[in-house]
Design a protein around this ligand. Structure first.
Ligand code: KG4
Ligand code: ZN
Length: 346
């Protein structure tokens, strides 16, 4: 089955064609074509994504990108249905509806978070021999949640941020430090230079919710602490590096503690991370070390960095995995509740 997928939930316009087939213990995927146009540079002056600008850009970009796909034969069109920025989502949904109608193929509404989760389980083009339950830590600019999948395609959010998403915190603190948007990769670069140079901050930042009796996290207090610590100060490059390191340390420590708790509570057999922040080298390494030492029986799957951020491949893979299993998009457990749009709305 060949699917053309469209992703426009945030500030990336993505179109991809992925072919999927069932294999003995799962699925195999072949990416035939993939294009991704990031608007990050345009949103940079706002220090975050500006929804109406995103919409305008998607409207402009989609027909241009689609030119490269119009002669390709596919069996269905998958489109991100939510969660995401409404004006941005609708641009993709309207476009996908038109394309599906013109081609006379079905439209497969697909959940963005399911896309992050399923695509992160794919290793070298195959999603196979994955043992349930799966625990996923999904970390992006819009979401921060621990998701439990006890049976395939049924999701339970067992912990989440009470306020800001972690990617948003990276972006805001980067902006406070005068670093470019998106801030995650910048903070990560500065933090790693600080570790190399042995630079540390004298005053530490808080590690919120470490002792709370659940898998929830919170980043607004950390962000505010950063704001107070930086207010009215001109930092040298070395001081910025030390600050970035301390911020990354604080975030990572929170995730290490909460991941341990989540793994203990759920008896997960597989652990996976996904979303834009899952590209963070330090977080990846620390999580890997903790899982290896304390949960040796858990299979930790790390997604390739190229698919951690928003893209259309992940939407195609989620849509394919579901359809190849004989399921439609209904009954997604908690994923249904996170701001999904009804595809029927006109
Ligand atoms: O999944 P994504 O591309 O879009 C959303 O659905 O939000 O995630 C974007 C977020 C941004 O906040 C960006 O700063 C963050 O992911 N990010 C990172 C890194 N690369 C991207 N955060 C920390 N370290 C990174 N290396
Ligand atoms: Zn995302």
């Amino acid at each position: 089955m060949k699917v053309l997928a469209i992703e426009t939930s945030c500030d990336e316009t993505g179109i991809a064609i992925v072919e999927g087939e069932k294999i003995s213990d799962g699925f195999s995927f072949t990416v035939h074509k993939n294009v991704l146009l990031s608007q990050a540079a345009l949103h940079a002056e706002f220090g975050g994504v500006y929804p109406n600008l995103a919409k305008r850009e998607h409207q402009k970009n989609l027909p241009v990108l689609y030119e490269q796909f119009k002669d390709e034969v596919v069996d269905a069109i998958a489109v991100t249905q939510g969660p995401g920025l409404e004006p941005a989502l609708w641009t993709g949904i309207e476009f996908a509806k038109k394309v599906a109608a013109e081609r006379g193929v079905p439209l497969l509404p697909t959940n963005h978070m399911e896309g992050h989760l399923i695509s992160s389980l794919v290793q070298n083009g195959k999603l196979e021999k994955v043992e349930l339950p799966v625990l996923a830590l999904l970390v992006s600019g819009g979401h921060t949640e621990f998701v439990l999948m006890e049976s395939w395609f049924k999701y339970e959010v067992i912990g989440e941020t009470l306020d800001d998403a972690v990617g948003e915190a990276f972006d805001k603190v980067a902006r406070m430090l005068g670093l470019a948007y998106p801030g995650g990769p910048e903070i990560s670069k500065y933090a790693s230079q600080a570790r190399e140079q042995g630079l540390t901050l004298l005053k530490t930042l808080p590690r919120p919710m470490l002792r709370s009796d659940n898998c929830d996290v919170s980043f607004s207090g950390l962000k505010t602490a950063a704001l107070y610590a930086l207010r009215g100060k001109e930092l040298s490059e070395d001081e910025k590096k030390a600050f970035a390191r301390e911020f990354e340390d604080a975030v990572t420590e929170v995730f290490l503690v909460k991941t341990k708790r989540a793994l203990e509570e759920t008896d997960a057999k597989t652990f996976v991370i996904g979303g834009g922040v899952a590209a963070n080298t330090y977080l990846r390494e620390k999580l890997k070390a903790v899982v290896k030492s304390a949960f040796a029986e858990v299979d930790f799957l790390l997604p390739e960095r190229s698919i951690t951020g928003d893209n259309a491949i992940m939407i195609a893979e989620a849509a394919l995995a579901r359809r190849l299993s004989g399921l439609d998009d209904s009954d997604q457990g908690d994923f249904r509740a996170v701001g999904n749009l009804s595809i029927e709305k006109d």
